[in-house]
Ligand binder design. Structure first.
Ligand SMILES: *[C@@H]1O[C@H](CO)[C@@H](O)[C@H](O)[C@H]1NC(C)=O
Ligand SMILES: *[C@@H]1O[C@H](CO)[C@@H](O)[C@H](O)[C@H]1NC(C)=O
Length: 222
């Protein structure tokens, strides 16, 4: 069912049952659509959310590379940062992160880059990642609810991981801009995207929900 049909139905149901939480949510989403903001209700049929996957683990540093791409899939890029890639009714772990300003370990920057230089795609999240048990993306009303779920799962300071969490310094590679040199050049750090490194060793058997700002590709509202 297309969203063109979903909007009037959501409005109708909201009038009938304003205090019912799921319908209320559909009503809010319909209002957002009416006001021209392209947030689509997670209760919309077929709504998809953005996911990452574990791409590598570097034993020497105890770090993971997480991102869009399942390298064992010959068909290429598996995530869709713009409209989501996994039905919100599916159960996936949430990728959570705790940023503690850990300096960048001396990992090597691989690849040629693409639209952006290679550093952009190999950022450092300045902390740790962990995955929750699998849950439906549609169970979260908004980002704050996902953050709260991460904190409930792992403790204070844990939040949902974001697409742009990886920070890079142009020219970083191996020991260049690692350790103290990373920290001392904090003013030159910029946000990357699509993939990043973090302390952790998360599961590799399933993709996980992540947040992205300014895109309608999350199961929850911003
Ligand atoms: C990083 O250094 C390695 C060699 O240590 C080199 O192969 C690689 O191309 C470098 N990466 C970039 C982005 O220059
Ligand atoms: C990665 O792709 C392979 C090949 O298509 C597939 O068997 C595997 O389940 C995928 N891994 C994840 C975590 O989705």
């Amino acid at each position: 069912m297309s969203n063109l049909y979903t909007i009037p139905i959501a409005l109708l149901l909201a009038v009938l049952c304003v205090n019912c939480e799921p319908l209320n949510r559909a009503y809010r989403a319909a209002l957002q659509l009416e006001s021209g903001i392209t947030i689509i209700s997670s209760t919309s049929q077929g709504k998809k959310g953005l996911t990452f996957v574990k791409e590598a683990h570097l034993v020497d540093f105890g770090i993971d590379l997480v991102g869009c791409r399942n390298w064992s899939d010959p068909n290429g890029m598996d995530c869709n940062a713009y409209s989501g890639d996994t039905l919100c009714t599916e159960r996936r772990p949430v990728l959570c992160t705790k940023v503690d300003n850990s300096p960048r370990p001396a990992y090597i920057i691989l690849g040629q880059g693409a639209a952006m230089p290679a550093y952009f795609y190999a950022g450092w999240n300045r902390g740790h990642i962990a995955t929750t048990v699998p849950v439906q993306g549609s169970q979260f009303a908004n980002r704050a609810a996902v953050d709260a779920y991460c904190a409930q799962s792992f403790g204070t300071g844990w939040n949902v991981a974001q697409f742009h969490d990886g920070m890079f310094i142009s020219g970083m590679n191996g020991t260049t801009y690692s350790g103290a040199s990373w920290t001392n050049n904090a003013k030159n750090q910029q946000s990357g995207g699509w993939h990043y490194y973090s302390y952790g060793d998360v599961r590799n058997d399933i993709r996980f929900w992540v947040h992205i700002k300014d895109q309608p590709s999350t199961c929850w509202a911003q």
